[in-house]
Write a protein that binds this ligand. Structure first.
Ligand code: NAP
Length: 253
């Protein structure tokens, strides 16, 4: 039996990396999807890769409240309900020591990683029906179990998500809506610092070595953790910050 049979889900940041992998995993498990990102062509490619499933691409910027409303309306209009939202879009934003961060860079990172998720949660939770639902937010171990130099705005934005998740979980429990944060470790996606144009083999070895498992995750491994949180397998899990981090948080070797 498929884990998300007949469920209706929104996935943000589905044009690439973890969100793209999640779109494929959720669809394979029977979900009907509304996927989003800014790049329409990349979204269309993901839709084309979802064989036999149902997925609709709606492009836009997650910081735009009208997009967030449109995503919910599309799910309700096309699939009749909304059961799951994986609020995953985000990025590192401006990097560097806090003393050198620009205010614009700080705001841009907070808007993309935190404020956009607030907007998503606001409209998604309002649209979820009597059957309850699952809201998932992609956070990170950075700013939760580890302080990484140069990631001040990113860490603050992602740690803010964990606070938002705790409040939402308490507010929405009576409506059977579970709310959780997913905290990946280093994951081999286009956004990873190891895939930056100036990344070296030494950097890759360093990042791999930070993890107890001595490697980064593949996007599908994080998508599988999202599947757990989206499905009834996690029926007693709410308000958590769930690490799927290859042991980067506990490794000292
Ligand atoms: P990715 O491959 O670069 O994917 C990022 C996704 O977010 C893309 O689909 C991108 O779509 C979308 N996005 C970014 N800004 C957006 C905006 N303003 N409006 C709409 N969509 C936007 O990176 P990823 O590694 O899969 O990242 C997914 C999430 O995991 C992020 O929240 C990231 O912070 C988090 N994370 C990643 C790692 C890692 O090591 N990779 C570790 C921990 C947490 P468009 O480019 O089409 O707009």
């Amino acid at each position: 039996m498929a884990l998300l049979n007949d469920k209706s889900a929104i996935i943000t940041g589905a044009s690439s990396g973890i969100g793209r992998a999640a779109a494929k995993v959720f669809a394979r498990e029977g979900a009907k999807l509304v996927i989003t990102g800014r790049r329409q062509e990349a979204l269309d490619a993901v839709v084309a890769e979802i064989e036999g499933g149902q997925a609709i691409a709606v492009s836009g910027d997650v910081r735009d409240e009208t997009l967030q409303i449109r995503l919910v309306e599309t799910a309700l209009g096309r699939f009749g309900k909304l059961d799951i939202a994986f609020n995953n879009a985000g990025g590192l934003g401006e990097m560097g020591p806090v003393a050198g961060l620009s205010l614009d860079g700080w705001r841009e990172t907070i808007e993309t990683n935190l404020t956009a998720s607030f907007l998503g949660a606001k409209h998604q939770s309002a649209a979820m029906g009597e059957g309850g639902g699952s809201l998932i937010f992609t956070s990170t171990f950075v700013g939760y179990t580890a302080g990484m130099p140069g990631m001040g705005a990113y860490a603050a934005s992602k740690a803010g998500l964990i606070g938002l998740v705790q409040v939402l979980a308490a507010e929405l429990a009576s409506r059977k809506i579970r709310v959780n944060a997913l905290l990946p470790g280093g994951t081999d996606t286009p956004a990873a610092i190891t895939n930056a144009p100036d990344a070296t083999e030494e950097l890759l070895a360093f990042v791999n070595g930070l993890h107890a498992l001595k490697r980064m995750a593949q996007p599908e491994e994080i998508a599988n953790a999202a599947l757990f949180l989206a499905s009834d397998l996690s029926s007693f899990v709410t308000g958590t910050a769930m690490l799927a981090d290859g042991g980067v948080s506990i490794s000292r070797t």
